[in-house]
Design a protein around this ligand. Structure first.
Ligand SMILES: [Fe+2]
Ligand SMILES: [Fe+2]
Length: 453
């Protein structure tokens, strides 16, 4: 069965979705893809088999899939913009005491006054477990779990699980050492650090870093193998300038296979969980919105194929939230105009990420329009009713319904009657009246609409 408008392989889907993970890590888009190219080059240099290279390929695209799970924790620990802190942690050697102190000084609630900052620093110093262990444990465990949920090889999940372990046992979170760390994880650790340095400072500095950290962060054998392509300017130019094209050329036959209906659903559901994990206040928002949207579509008589597209768009609608710091997402007070302007960008990021996926044209259009309103007061484009089709209107109602009935940082969950009254008020003005009527109808059916509220 044709599941998307154009042929789509699992690996090109994961490559496009990896842009969302890059944003959460504060990395320039394409970080995971460039890391993948460096890793594959290294794998070829040390003679890994085709199957091992394929597993590495998948592990490197998904390596940061647990990254949203530690965003709320990182924000709680530092009290500042966790995306900037994550970005900074990739450049500095946090194992050196003076760099760790400077890092804490830079990121402990920088937007607050001196008293609050000192309190935040004290809190950091008081942590019984090293901050890095806590953060990487959440990230690696969750990332490995997502690879398992997608039915990928155990070698893919174990590579992600040990991604931040170091050759000398001083990495995180379990302080594994030398050969105890799976080879694919050792390659992944080296490749991701190499990519950040090569992109930020150029390859010369990246190779200097490699030499400095050989035998501490990295397996010395892998460092030796990486030196073999230090002066391959064609390779490094490709990594820098056309990583997507180069990665397509390096993709094996097996990974080029067309995605199936079931694996497409699995991947959309996995990324919905990644988005939902970003903030403790969004819980299972994307998963619930997909459920509500499907029920509304069924009630309005929509056919199965269109419902499948709507469901996938609903699962991925808030993907762009991965680019918004928890400092704003989890703010318990009213947002400032500037903060709200940042929140309003998330459907734009959703469109940018999904727009890279071949055959995702309809899914992108629907997902990116979830905050648009019939009267043109929505965002991010301010579209009016004549531009909003039924799928977009359903998704808008499902999204608001869940936003109202779930708890938020600034208010408790709202009772069903009150939520429906708010939808009613907007029916025919900002929201589609048929969709609101359908929401009312199914709100009182058994089992009730608020499945996971
Ligand atoms: Fe949204
Ligand atoms: Fe949403």
């Amino acid at each position: 069965m044709v599941v998307t408008e154009q042929p789509l392989s699992i690996v090109s889907l994961l490559a496009a979705l990896s842009y969302a993970l890059d944003l959460t890590e504060g990395q320039p888009m394409g970080h995971a893809i460039r890391t993948c190219l460096i890793g594959l080059r290294l794998a070829r240099a040390i003679g890994l088999t085709g199957e091992e290279r394929d597993n590495l390929h998948l592990a490197l695209l998904l390596k940061d899939s647990g990254c949203s799970s530690n965003a709320a924790r990182m924000f709680a620990l530092f009290g500042g913009n966790e995306i900037l802190a994550k970005q900074d942690s990739k450049i500095h050697d946090w194992r050196r005491m003076h760099e760790a102190i400077q890092f804490a000084l830079r990121h402990a609630a920088p937007q607050e006054g001196l008293r609050k900052r000192i309190a935040q620093l004290k809190e950091l110093a008081r942590q019984p477990v090293r901050v890095m262990d806590v953060l990487t444990e959440t990230r690696c465990t969750r990332g490995a779990e997502i690879a398992r949920l997608l039915g990928l090889s155990p070698d893919v999940s174990s590579a992600i699980y040990s991604l931040d372990e170091h050759w000398d046992g001083q990495g995180a979170p379990y302080h594994r050492k030398g050969d105890e760390i799976p080879l694919l994880a050792r390659i992944a650790c080296l490749s991701q650090t190499m990519e950040v340095f090569a992109t930020t400072y150029g390859t010369t500095r990246a190779y200097q870093m490699l030499t400095q950290r050989s035998g501490t962060w990295f397996d010395p054998e892998l460092v030796r193998a990486a030196r073999a392509f230090e002066h391959d300017t064609v390779f490094w130019d490709g990594v820098r300038n056309q990583p997507e094209v180069l990665l397509r050329l390096k993709t094996s036959e097996r990974l080029h296979q067309q995605v199936t209906e079931a694996s497409l659903d699995n991947i959309c559901a996995a990324f919905a969980r990644i988005v939902d994990a970003k903030s403790s206040f969004t819980g299972e928002h994307s998963v619930r919105v997909a459920e509500y949207a499907e029920q509304l579509a069924l009630s309005l008589g929509m056919g199965e194929l269109r419902r499948a597209t709507l469901r996938r768009a609903a699962l991925l609608h808030d993907l762009g939230k991965l680019a918004i710091p928890n400092l704003i997402l989890d703010k318990p007070d009213r947002l400032t105009d500037d903060e709200f302007a940042q929140i309003k960008k998330h459907p734009y990021y959703t469109a940018v990420i999904l727009g890279q996926i071949p055959g995702f044209g309809r899914i992108t259009e629907i997902a990116a329009a979830h905050h648009e309103k019939l009267n043109g007061t929505g965002y991010h484009l301010g579209l009016t009713g004549d531009k909003l089709d039924i799928e977009m209107r359903i998704l808008a109602v499902a999204d608001i319904y869940d936003a109202l009935t779930a708890a938020r940082p600034y208010r408790a969950a709202m009772p069903l009657e009150q939520a429906l009254a708010i939808l009613q008020k907007d029916a025919g003005v900002a929201l589609d009246p048929d969709c609101v009527a359908a929401a009312e109808k199914i709100a009182y059916q058994e089992p009730p609409l608020a499945l996971a509220a």
